[in-house]
Design a protein around this ligand. Structure first.
Ligand code: ADP
Length: 526
């Protein structure tokens, strides 16, 4: 307790007891009866207002005052035995008054404290309420801002955005998606994500969505032909993922749809241009081959003429030698067939229309192509060494296109070696199967010409790159595009000693190779 408070409590009984004494003295003048209740009031008031200390000081002061002023002998602190009972009764009543006043004061203090506590709790509670209210308002404001932002991104996105349920039914779609599908401001809710697709794409998308929902895949990414506005074809690349659910909202799918139609058209145009170029190159190549083809066809035709003369001679005698004539006619038929085979192959090479993919043995492509350049190889004194894998697996391909690639590589090798003097010209052709993750076949054409520096190998495949005065620079470019269209690779590698090595890699089907297995021919010039 503070000193100031103690002094105040000690001083409080003085005026109260003094007032009680004064009134009691005045009343004695008037009635000559001691009205001690005034002291009782002073004691109770002191204890009530000032507490225990004030109460006891008031008791002492009142007792002393009554002893001095009202107990015989008067004006002395001595007590006459006859007044002692009254005095003791007075003192006891003062003590009781003090107890009563102190009790009231303590209950008042407790009540005030309780009230203060209550008030402070109410105040704290209402502060907390205000704070909670403010936080709620702030959260609500932030939620509204986030929603507005999200809405702006959703609606103004340059790609189509769709939210769909686990069955692929649209919950909401943005403006771009509706515009792509020609739905304007129409409602797409409830439509299926795959709804505008034709079969088998519809089943394929639905199956992949089901796998996504079942957790068998992380995402669905497809490029599919949808039906755009006015029924025009629309290529959409659709990327779908699952958004996990919350206690209030089940999980759902988000699909982002990008319009790939422009790119598709450009790709188609590029393919058409490549096809035209390929055709042009094929014709150019045919020009270059014309001489050797003429030679190739001329040989059997001359044989046909010679053998026809011989047959006529066998028949012209007095006794025609029918056996010899028959055998000569058989030779004629064989040579005519050879000439017609060559023509058929040339015609196939010149045909522009795309051939269907067919399962084929690459060894056959090698042999057929070599047949076409047989005389060219002989003219340039090129020794061909073949190492063809007899167990080569089947590849799916367009026979004529693959022949075109192979021929291009062989002719390039012949031309490269033509400038080399002082060593035999060797062409080594090898095929082999390739195991591993991507099973396939490898075909390599290795020459011992001048070769190309390691750093310049990639530029050989650039369109219009040529080092030949009459070259087009398109052969390797087209060859690579053909092989890549077959999902394969065409690589240029430096040969270890001298010259170049080109490697064709093609993926294979699981079927075993059909047709006769290629025999290994080593060191046999063709
Ligand atoms: P072109 O034969 O019309 O020049 P290609 O695209 O077929 O066009 O070949 C491009 C270039 O690659 C050739 O000009 C030549 O310089 C180089 N090249 C191709 N094959 C070989 C090879 N076997 N050895 C050395 N250089 C080659």
């Amino acid at each position: 307790m503070q000193l100031k408070s103690i002094a105040w409590r000690a001083a409080l009984p003085l005026p109260l007891v003094a007032l009680a004494l004064l009134f009691t003295l005045l009343l004695r003048q008037w009635a000559n009866v001691p009205f001690w209740f005034m002291f009782l009031i002073a004691v109770i008031a002191s204890a009530w207002i000032g507490g225990r200390i004030s109460g006891w000081i008031a008791v002492i002061l009142s007792t002393l005052s009554v002893d001095y002023f009202f107990t015989r002998p008067l004006y002395s602190l001595v007590i006459d035995p006859t007044d002692a009972p009254y005095f003791i009764a007075f003192t006891l009543s003062m003590i009781v008054g003090n107890w009563f006043g102190t009790w009231r004061q303590s209950t008042d203090v407790a009540a005030r404290r309780t009230q203060a506590e209550l008030e402070s709790r109410v105040r704290a509670g209402s502060d907390e309420l205000i704070r909670a209210n403010r936080a709620r308002e702030q959260a609500e404001r932030e939620r509204r801002i986030a929603e507005l932002r999200w809405q702006a991104v959703f609606e103004n996105s340059v790609v189509g955005v769709v939210l769909a349920d686990e069955q692929g039914r649209i919950i909401a779609s943005n403006k771009r998606y509706r515009a792509l599908l020609g739905r304007g401001d129409g409602n797409t809710a409830g439509d299926s994500l795959a709804g505008d697709l034709a079969e088998p794409q519809r089943t394929s998308l639905n199956r992949q969505l089901a796998e996504l929902v079942a957790g068998q895949r992380q995402r669905v990414e497809l490029e599919l032909p949808h039906r755009g506005g006015n029924g025009t074809p629309l290529w959409l690349r659709t990327h779908v993922t699952v958004v996990p659910g919350t206690p209030d909202f089940p999980r759902f799918l988000t699909a982002f749809c990008e319009d790939m139609s422009g790119r598709k058209h450009a790709e188609e145009a590029l393919l058409a241009a490549r096809s035209d170029l390929a055709h042009a190159t094929r014709l150019t190549m045919m020009g270059e081959l014309a001489a050797s083809i003429a030679h190739e066809v001329n040989q059997p035709l001359s044989a046909v003429v010679t053998n026809s003369n011989a047959a006529l001679r066998w028949l012209a005698g007095a006794t025609p030698n029918l056996a010899e004539a028959r055998s000569t006619i058989n030779w004629i038929m064989r040579d005519a067939k050879r000439a017609s085979d060559v023509i058929a192959r040339i015609r196939a090479l010149m045909r522009k229309a795309e051939q269907p993919l067919e399962p084929l043995n690459f060894n056959d492509v090698v042999r057929d192509s070599l047949d076409l350049v047989r005389s060219e190889l002989a003219r340039h004194k090129v020794e061909v060494e073949l190492e063809l894998d007899p167990a080569l697996p089947t590849v799916m391909g367009e026979r004529i296109q693959l022949q075109q690639v192979f021929l291009n590589l062989v002719i390039n090798a012949i031309e490269a070696m033509a400038g080399v003097q002082g060593r035999p010209h060797r062409l080594f052709i090898r095929t082999a199967s390739q195991a591993g993750e991507e099973p396939g076949i490898v075909a390599e054409i290795t020459d011992n010409g001048p070769g190309v520096a390691k750093d310049n190998l990639e530029q050989l495949f650039a369109a219009f790159f040529t080092t030949k005065p009459e070259g087009t620079g398109l052969g390797l470019w087209i060859s690579r595009s053909i092989i890549e269209n077959h999902a394969g690779h065409l690589l240029a590698l430096p040969n270890e000693d001298q010259g170049m090595r080109f490697r064709i890699v093609l993926p294979c089907t699981s079927e075993p190779a059909q047709g006769p297995a290629g025999a290994s021919i080593s060191g046999a010039p063709l």
